[in-house]
Design a protein around this ligand. Sequence first.
Ligand code: ADP
Ligand code: ADP
Length: 228
Amino acid sequence: MAAITLKDIVKKYGDGFPAVKGVSLDIADGEFVILVGPSGCGKSTLLRMIVGLEDITSGELKIGDEVVNDKAPRERHLAMVFQNYALYPHLTVFENIAFPLRLQKGVFTEEQIREKVEFAANTLELQEHLQRKPANLSGGQRQRVAMGRAIVREANAFLFDEPLSNLDAKLRGQMRTEIARMQRRLGTTTVYVTHDQTEAMTLGDRVAVLRKGELQQVASPRGLYEQP
Ligand code: ADP
Ligand code: ADP
């Protein structure tokens, strides 16, 4: 877990108009921040810069006390949860969750892997599905497996990019509850991108409203609601 600090972050693609125009935001250790705004306002760009998939044109990004502008994604120890799950169809739920641990060859014993996967499965109530394949799971269960993978990595932070946009309304409601509960239980710093007002108003500790590449407002959901 770690704080994430953005200072005057700018992103220009080519020589075009900047997609992100000087965003500054202090995200506290353990905080759950929602990044909301209309399509094209720069949300994905900002998230991709935090995770290290996109270069920062100017400004400073810190994870904990360390400036990470030039660090590779895997050195940042962040866990990204995508909307399309990206699960391996031929692997069981257990092996899908264990996957990031097995990638680090020789770091964890089989016993440690089992403990970590079971902890994640308990947190997400997936204990009964560990031997199933993704094809035999509901959309919500698949989303939970994707979150399980983020949990076992014991990352500095979770980053969600519109994780619920492919789900139907009922499942979205369930998953909102689930994500909020998981975050509270684990206390992991979380940045969650959405264009959905309901998600913005119900999930996080604070909401950062992005418009045309600039932060327009940062407030608690209640504070935002009470604005004129
Ligand atoms: P959002 O996630 O809020 O929909 P994006 O971060 O995807 O917004 O996009 C912000 C702006 O940057 C948009 O104008 C988009 O067209 C532009 N943009 C995004 N990615 C690229 C890219 N790889 N190359 C050029 N322009 C891009
Ligand atoms: P999303 O709904 O996830 O923001 P987009 O259709 O906006 O998806 O973008 C899909 C991909 O295309 C992203 O990887 C984004 O970086 C890239 N992209 C978006 N806008 C542009 C652009 N103007 N020029 C080049 N690539 C872009």
